[in-house]
Design a protein around this ligand. Structure first.
Ligand SMILES: [Zn+2]
Ligand SMILES: [Zn+2]
Ligand SMILES: [Zn+2]
Length: 123
């Protein structure tokens, strides 16, 4: 009986195949979910500005289609999200100077780094 064809995971460089609708293997599905929630949270906090943030984000990602962190090391990777350098929750704004186009793996790294720094403030 025919099975659905498996596609390579959409996560850059991941060798796993998946038949999930999301296009991500099991390992990366939860990762993506986390990023999605990160997004949605920022969105809800500023519900009133939801529409304009969407516009700002679309314009910004249109002008910055490549991951800026990857560009910094000479790699060209499609950005998949717009990150706030300073989180809205900490008083950051939707101003372009506070935004950054990132691919998932760089976004993950930035948040991990931040978390580590927060966890060990004395070091
Ligand atoms: Zn994967
Ligand atoms: Zn990147
Ligand atoms: Zn972020």
């Amino acid at each position: 009986m025919p099975t659905k064809p498996k596609r390579p995971c959409r996560y850059g460089g991941c060798p796993n195949l998946t038949d999930s609708k999301t296009g991500y293997c099991e390992k990366h599905r939860s990762l993506m979910q986390r990023h999605y929630e990160h997004f949605a949270r920022g969105y809800n906090q500023h519900d009133r500005y939801g529409n304009s943030w969407k516009k700002i984000r679309d314009r910004y990602s249109g002008n910055h289609p490549l991951c800026e962190a990857c560009l910094g090391v000479g790699k060209a990777t499609m950005a998949v999200l717009v990150h706030h350098r300073k989180p809205l929750a900490e008083g950051g704004t939707n101003d372009e100077s506070n935004l950054m186009s990132l691919c998932i793996s760089c976004h993950e790294k930035i948040h991990k780094r931040k978390k580590t720094a927060d966890d060990k403030p004395s070091k």
